[in-house]
Design a binder for this molecule. Sequence first.
Ligand code: FE2
Ligand code: FE2
Length: 222
Amino acid sequence: MLKDIYYAEKKLTKALGKMAKNATLGRLKEAFKTHQAQTEDQIKKLERAFGILGMTPKAKKCAAMDGLLDEADEHIGEYEKGAGLDAALIVGAQKVEHYEIAAYGSMRTFARTLGYTECAAIFEQIREQESDTDEMLTSIAESVVNPQAEQEMEDVKSGGSSGSRASGNRGGQDSEAGEDSSSAVSGNGNGFDREAGDEALAGAFTGDDRDGDAETGSPMGY
Ligand SMILES: [Fe+2]
Ligand SMILES: [Fe+2]
C-alpha cells in the first residue's frame, strides 16, 4: 500500500507539471503548481512513514494511478488549449484526488488500528491536503469553467447549433465539426481563446459526460 502510493505520488509530480503547463485559466494553473509542490512534500512525508515502519522507501507500480494519468494525458492530446481542455483537466485531476483520498483514508485507518499513531497522523495530513485540493478544483469549476460549459451545453441542446456539431462531439474528439451558432457564445467567454475552445468545451461534456452532471454544474458528479 505504501510502496504503491509512493510510486503514485512520484508519478503525479510530473503529471501536475504537465497539467499546469496545459491549463489556460490562471487560477487553475496556480492550483496545479501549488499541488505539485504539496505532492513533492507528500513524498517526503511518505519517506518518513517508511522510516517509522523500518522500511527503505521503495516504489511499486500503481496501475490505478497509471490509468488515471493516461486518461488525463489523452485529454491533453484531444482538446485545444482553452476552456474545453481546462474542464477536462479538472475532471482528470479530481479523479486522481479522489483515488488519493480513498487510499490515504484507508491507510490512516489501518495505521491507527495497528497502533502506528505517527504514521496515521502523516496519512491523515496528506488526506486533508488531497481533500482541500479536490474542493479547490470544484470551486474553480463552479466559478469559471462550468458556467461556460453549461452555456455551451444549452446551446447544443436548444438546437442552436447544427446537428453535425452535436454528433461530431459525441466522440469527444471532433472539434472541427460545425462552424455554427456557438460563435454567439464565443463572444461571452471569460478570456479564453474561444476559436477552438468552445467546440472543445462542448465536446468535453457531451462526449465524456457519464451521468449528465454537466447539467448540475458539478464536474462529473464529484
Ligand atoms: Fe498526493
Ligand atoms: Fe493529490
